[in-house]
Design a protein around this ligand. Structure first.
Ligand SMILES: [Zn+2]
Length: 141
């Protein structure tokens, strides 16, 4: 018997990672309005929450100190932050509408997870990525 080789699809990556990100609805609403406010520049926020065995619950946001927001990049100096285990990652916007992480995003990966919101910043425009640029399942609760 031969195994049939199928081309990889995004859902296969999701099965492999076994991670799940849960995002509270009120936090999502805050993220989306922040991105709209920053448009056409990028906006960036730090995600607070709890992490257990790769599963992450995001229940809060912090505006990073000394953040910069330009048209195609945003960030903050990581050394300005105190070591805090409740920082689980970042969320930033992509005014271009493409919610995939850029090479710069992956090089500046902070903590466990990166959420990216693509224009027009609606509920369906937010995606979660790991430090390798693989999609992670994101559930709004
Ligand atoms: Zn980016």
């Amino acid at each position: 018997m031969f195994f049939k080789i199928t081309k990889s699809k995004p859902n296969i990556i999701l099965e492999k990672t076994e991670r799940e990100i849960k995002l509270k609805k009120d936090v999502l609403d805050s993220i989306l309005s922040y991105c709209q406010m920053k448009h056409p520049n990028e906006g960036i926020l730090i995600l607070r929450g709890k992490s257990k065995k790769g599963n992450i619950l995001i229940d809060g946001l912090i505006i990073p100190p000394f953040a910069f927001n330009a048209h195609s990049s945003s960030g903050f100096p990581h050394y300005m932050l105190p070591a805090d285990m409740s920082y689980v990652g970042t969320v930033h916007s992509h005014p271009s509408g493409n919610a995939h992480p850029s090479v710069t995003d992956l090089n500046n990966f902070f903590q466990l997870i990166s959420l990216i919101v693509g224009f027009p910043y609606e509920d369906k425009d937010i995606f979660a990525w790991d430090s390798n640029g693989n999609a992670v399942k994101l559930t709004i609760i």
